[in-house]
Design a protein around this ligand. Structure first.
Ligand SMILES: [Zn+2]
Length: 377
């Protein structure tokens, strides 16, 4: 049997958000034994490995797969808070998911040419989020118009956009650089379109501005709060440039903003914030609009009307890459889980392909015969 890699055991466990003690009690071994497997001091028996694979839903082949040469993840994986245990666990899961998806892209990138990463460098302290957003638009030749195909735009600049659900649980949006490639992971609730677009632009803000931050900054709640505000300000400025958006805000009632929603692809809430920030409405008006939105239930998740007219954040690079391989018969779809032996959820996040699609198709000449009882009637 090929050797089991200790770092994969830790990875599989963290991907499920489990502790060593969780694994130990599920397998009936000591936590020290699990620690020894993860540090490489001891190797689990074949029996324990099989049981472990079942618990963490990690294919045995993945435990034996070496990481690509030079694979690295230098910056933080997520800019969410570090304070409570629940977020720490979510960050751990996010980090392992990101690394595995990135590995799937290393595999794809060896077979298919993908857009080169093109992130502008605008992360100096003296650059405001507003200036950074403008610089980013300029670097990508975007002008000042609304961006409707946001997912396509990000992908064309070499940013991988992935949708992340994990074991039925929604992950918050997060972003990271892995092996020189930027990734944005969005929660899988595609139906909250305005939110999804804002999340994607917020993560873009982290990617262009915050890559030099370390875990130390993120564990300081004041620093963390500031990073979040900056990313929000970036998203707001990136999606709603001051001049062009500002020119269109003249009716500052909720209905007036609602009319702009489809065109700009942002929530009324975000437009009200932006208008206040640009000095188009005063504090009093902003408070009044928020009061009205609360009364109408618009501030609850998916509470705002007309979201179905907002364009989705599409992603297709992974799927199209895989299609290119299958159409050219370089790899068959059903071979992918053995070529990239990662959990189904990882492959889904990477390539957007459902598990069942990987199944070997029936040969075309297999047909259902009508049964004897059909003939009798
Ligand atoms: Zn953030």
């Amino acid at each position: 049997m090929t050797a089991v890699l200790p770092e994969r055991i830790a990875q599989a466990r963290e991907l499920q958000g489990l502790t060593k003690t969780d694994i130990a009690s599920a397998l009936g071994v000591s936590p020290a034994a699990v620690a020894q497997w993860e540090s490489g001091v001891k190797t689990p028996t074949a029996e324990n490995l099989a049981a472990l694979a079942r618990i963490v839903r990690f294919p045995i082949a993945a435990f034996q797969r070496a990481q690509p040469v030079g694979f690295s993840q230098p910056g933080p994986v997520s800019f969410r808070g570090r304070s409570d245990a629940k977020t720490r666990r979510a960050n751990m899961r996010a980090e392992q998911l990101a690394k595995l998806v990135a590995e799937a892209y290393v595999w794809l990138g060896e077979r298919v040419a993908m857009p080169k990463p093109n992130l502008p460098e605008v992360d100096g302290e003296e650059v405001t989020p507003e200036e950074a957003a403008r610089a980013c638009r300029r670097a990508w030749n975007l002008g000042d118009r609304p961006i409707l195909k946001l997912g396509e735009l990000l992908e064309s600049q070499g940013i991988i956009v992935a949708r992340a659900t994990f074991s039925g649980e929604q992950l918050d949006a997060f972003s990271c650089m892995v092996s020189g490639r930027p990734f944005i992971f969005l929660g899988s609730d595609k139906e909250d379109r305005a939110r999804s677009r804002f999340d994607a632009a917020h993560e873009l803000g982290h990617l262009v501005r915050h890559q030099h931050y370390t875990e130390r900054h993120l564990s300081d709640s004041e620093d963390h709060k500031q990073l979040e505000q900056e990313a929000n300000a970036f998203a707001s400025a990136f999606l709603m440039p001051a001049e062009t958006f500002g020119r269109e805000v003249f009716d500052t009632t909720l209905n007036g903003f609602l009319r702009l929603k489809e065109r700009w692809g942002v929530s009324v809430q975000a437009m009200v914030f932006r208008s206040f920030q640009l000095g188009l409405i005063d504090e009093h008006r902003k408070t009044e609009l928020f009061r009205q939105m609360s009364a109408k239930g618009w501030r609850k998740a998916r509470g705002e009307p007309l979201d179905e007219f907002v364009p989705e954040v599409n992603n297709s690079v992974g799927r199209r890459g895989v299609e290119l391989l299958t159409h050219n018969r370089i790899v068959q779809l059903w071979e992918i889980p053995s070529e990239v032996p990662f959990p189904e959820e990882v492959l889904h996040a990477a390539f957007g392909i459902e598990g069942a699609e990987y199944e070997l198709p029936l040969p075309p000449n297999v047909v259902l015969l009508s049964s004897a009882s059909d003939k009798s009637g």
